[in-house]
Write a protein that binds this ligand. Structure first.
Ligand code: FES
Ligand code: FES
Length: 182
């Protein structure tokens, strides 16, 4: 079988310039996770329906499992690592998810937070209904969603300050737990 043509793609990933030579058929999620070793972004359905692979590209929420990597040429991409981290400090959304118990297995959590981040950039004070509508593209098999909605509302209302060590729970859930990180 003929190999796919390769192209060099250059873009900004969480504020840092990156470059990779990729087959033109390769998807952005694979480049982020496998070529650039940013494992926070997850993949599950591979069909654009679960939201685990959500990233922000030039200000818009996209499913990286449906986005060809070559389309990222010149773009600014933000993943969960660019929103907040243990090293750089957690974003209030990450802290709020931990405080509200809005993460259990953690697999959906990076995508949920990236999606919520994009929502709050567009609408800083969404209603509960608006949050639920926005999150229809993000599936969670564990939490029942209400705690996720509560966590986002709390940030919109400014009720979340950087917490004690609760934030470590969420970061470990999506970065370190066996089975959740890969
Ligand atoms: S893996 Fe991309 S939407 Fe499910
Ligand atoms: S916390 Fe397990 S899928 Fe959402």
């Amino acid at each position: 079988m003929a190999q796919a043509e390769r192209k060099v793609v250059s873009f900004m990933l969480n504020g840092e310039p990156v470059e990779a030579a990729v087959p033109v058929t390769r998807y952005l999620v694979d480049v982020i996770r496998e070529d650039l070793s940013m494992m926070g972004t997850k993949r599950a359905c591979d069909q654009g329906v679960c939201g685990t692979c959500s990233v922000i590209m030039d200000g818009k929420l996209v499913s990286s499992c449906l986005t060809l990597a070559v389309r990222a040429e010149g773009a600014e991409i933000t993943t969960i690592e660019g929103i907040g981290s243990m090293e750089e400090g957690l974003h209030p959304l990450q802290d709020s998810f931990a405080k509200h118990g809005a993460t259990q297995c953690g697999y959906c959590t990076p995508g949920m937070i990236v999606s919520a981040y994009a929502l709050l950039n567009e609408n800083s004070d969404p209603t509960e209904e608006e949050i639920k509508h926005w999150l229809t593209g993000n599936l969670c098999r564990c939490t029942g969603y209400q705690k996720i909605v509560d966590a986002i509302r709390a940030v919109a209302e400014g009720r979340t300050e950087p917490g004690p060590d609760l934030g470590t729970v969420i970061v470990k859930a999506y970065e370190n737990e066996p089975g959740a990180a890969k």
